[in-house]
Design a protein around this ligand. Structure first.
Ligand code: GRF
Length: 207
């Protein structure tokens, strides 16, 4: 678990499963001198995830922990936990991480795991609401607006306290793909901003 480092930058672990465009946005923000957080480690449960390449290119430790190598979720999470412990992490940022964490794991990180979801929670969240399923549901419901939500992770999927949201208008001719693109662009702004707010509130500094 993290020690008291409230005089320094907040240390992030970013957990991914895929492209890692949100990871890129977080790394870009952290590269700025006045940003009160740094990415200490990137962990992917998918060995070939492009986000791992992004991390390596930025000189950030990039670890692959393939959930398929473990007999069950607890064994996978034990490996995750030891990788996190090595890096003295203050906050875990899920960024397109496609594994549901157990309540036992989440209990070890109270208010220290956040996630980004590509819709305005509490609507369009929960099991099965990921990727294009989310945007298709938003369009099918005839919503006028959508947008990303950054929220704390609790055992009930997508039900944790909302930290930040931003809104985009849904257009008449939107497809799931066109809507996804605009929501993702907003996520890239919102996620680093939410991290900044948490870091500042918790007394971390930019130097
Ligand atoms: C984002 O849309 C995020 O909301 C969802 O997964 C996607 C991750 O995209 N949880 P990327 O890997 O950051 O590009």
């Amino acid at each position: 678990m993290a020690s008291d480092r409230s005089h320094a930058k907040m240390k992030l672990a970013v957990l991914i499963s895929g492209s890692g465009s949100n990871l890129q946005a977080i790394m870009d923000a952290c590269a700025k001198d006045d940003f009160p957080a740094q990415v200490a480690v990137v962990i992917s449960n998918v060995p070939g995830a492009f986000g791992l390449t992004r991390a390596k290119e930025a000189g950030i430790p990039a670890i692959s922990i393939d959930h398929k190598d473990f007999p069950d979720r607890h064994a996978f999470e034990d490996a995750l936990q030891s990788a996190l412990d090595t890096h003295d992490i203050d906050l875990i940022c899920l960024a397109g991480f496609m594994r549901i964490l157990t309540k036992q794991f989440i209990a070890q990180w109270p208010n220290k795991i956040i996630n980004t979801h590509p819709a305005l929670l509490p609507k369009f969240g929960g099991a099965g609401m990921y990727g294009e399923h989310v945007h298709k549901a938003v369009l099918a419901a005839g919503e006028a607006e959508s947008g990303p939500t950054i929220h704390y992770v609790i055992p009930e999927v997508d039900k944790g306290e909302i930290i930040a949201q931003s809104r985009v208008a849904v257009k008449d001719d939107d497809t799931a793909q066109s809507l996804a693109k605009r929501v993702l662009a907003q996520e890239h702004i919102l996620y680093p901003e939410a991290i900044r707010r948490i870091a500042e509130k918790r007394g971390f500094k930019s130097a």
